[in-house]
Each structure stands twice: as C-alpha cells, then as structure tokens.
Design a protein around this ligand. Structure first.
Ligand code: ADE
Length: 260
C-alpha cells in the first residue's frame, strides 16, 4: 500500500504543542511564518502545524501541507462557538458538511456558492469521517475524558455530560459574539451547529486537491455576549488537553484501518 502521511492542522497553538510532544523522530521546517513538525505517532508519518487563524491563513497552511509535504489525509482540530441550542461547552462536533457563511457573490451566484466549484456545501470523506466518529465516541464513553481534568473544571465545563455530535459547521472571517449575530446565521443556515473561522476553507482546498479530510471542533463558547470570556478560559484550561487525546486516539485507529 502507498505510504500514508497525515497532516494534522490545529487552530490553537496550545493544542499543537501537546500534539508535537507525541512525535517520535521529530524534525522541523520553518516556512511562511509557520513551523511544520514532522515525525511519527504510533509509527504513522505525520506533519503537525498551527493553521493560524482565519480562512486565508488556514487555506495557505493546508495548501503547503499538500504541495510541499505530500500529505495523504488531513485532520483538523480546534474549538468553535455553539449556534445550536442543543450544544454545551465541552461538546465535540464532527463536521458532516461545511459552508462558508461569509461567502456571498450575489447576484452573480447563489449565497454561499464557492466561485467556479458551483458548490455551497462541502462534505468530508466518508471513510475518515466514520473512523473519527467512532473513535471520538469511544473516548468519551464512561466519562473517559473527565478524568483528565479537576472536579471543578469538569463541573465548570460540563465535562461529565460531554457528547459527540455530527452536523454542519459554518466558517467565516468573524468571531461571533452576539445573540443577534447568531440569530442572523440561523436564519440563513438553519442546520448549522457551530461556527468557527477555518474549517470550510480547509475543506475547499482539500476538495480541490482530492485529499480526504475531517474537521473536529470542541465547543468553547456559545457565540454570545459571554463568548470571549468562555473562549479564553476553555482554550487555556481544556482545549489544549482535549485536542491531544482526540488526535492520539484517532491516529491509533487510523493505523488499524491503514495497515490491517
Ligand atoms: N471559534 C471559537 N468560538 C468562536 C466564535 N464564537 N466565533 C468564531 N469562531 C470561533
């Protein structure tokens, strides 16, 4: 079988540091203000990099991973703001579809249509998606992740009731921090679960280069007036550890899939 090389793109520097510490035989390449960490996790070749924030930055980083490092699949992890009322801080969302909520070339095209692709929604590769859903569910069963944190952190961030949810993620170059903005988004994208600033851009690049991808997001805030406080606390205390565990488990499961 052709060699596999997984690109691991993270939206939080803290998360990247933790994932980098898992690497064996590590080397680094610095290019375009980004540091690419190359090595293996459980004998699988990986390249780990901080995406930087926003659609342009993350699209540039994933293009570099594909063209310069020859990755064969892409895993993206980070945090997101909840739009759906059913989501709590700490829940894990795995994208089954992605849309760029700030892409609007009307009246030339439909709202959200990606120029020249003629698509408004992009989908992750089914096989990778299924592996991510099952490995993340395995992780959280029986409070599996709660024991990584103190009791007070578990209560503060609902980590005893954490759930994995599959659905649509919307991305745009905007940090959503008001109930009015949330309502506006829900009106035009009624199925959206959560919002962030990179996923759909990364999906577009992977689609254009035919690279299987999956986008995993942990809810850090409710995209409302409290979001900046919640976001800062969650990313500092929780997200960094969660991302590492999710990636470690996933790479182990992918190894079984690749080589057995
Ligand atoms: N990432 C995490 N929370 C977010 C929010 N509220 N808006 C956009 N991106 C986010």
């Amino acid at each position: 079988m052709a060699a596999k090389r997984i690109g691991i793109l993270g939206a939080m520097p803290e998360e990247i540091n933790g994932i980098v510490s898992l690497l064996k035989g590590r080397s680094e390449v610095i290019k375009g203000m980004r540091t690419y960490y190359i090595g293996t996790i459980n004998d699988i070749e990986v390249v780990v990099v901080f995406s930087r924030w926003g659609k342009v930055a993350s699209a540039t980083t994933v293009t570099h991973l594909i063209v310069e490092f020859g990755i064969t699949e892409l895993i993206f992890t980070g945090v997101a703001g909840a739009i759906s009322k059913d989501l709590n801080i700490g829940d894990i969302v795995i994208a089954n579809s992605l849309v760029q909520h700030d892409l609007d070339a009307r009246p030339i095209m439909k709202q959200f249509e990606i120029p020249l692709l003629g698509k408004t929604i992009l989908y992750p590769s089914e096989k990778l998606f299924n592996i991510v859903v099952s490995s993340t569910n395995e992780l959280i069963k029986n409070d599996g992740l709660a024991n990584l944190f103190s009791l007070s952190e578990c209560h503060a961030f609902s980590l005893f009731n954490q759930k994995v949810v599959v659905g649509q993620i919307a991305s745009g170059d905007q940090f959503i921090s008001s109930s009015i903005e949330k309502e506006k988004l829900l009106k035009v994208i009624p199925n959206v679960l959560c919002v962030e600033m990179e996923g759909a851009a990364v999906a577009q690049v992977c689609y254009e280069y035919n690279i299987p991808f999956v986008i995993i997001r942990t809810i850090s805030d409710s995209a409302n007036e409290n979001s900046i406080i919640d976001f800062k606390e969650f990313t500092a205390k929780i997200a960094s550890k969660l991302g590492v565990i999710i990636v470690q488990k996933l790479v182990n499961n992918l190894k079984n899939d690749f080589y057995h």
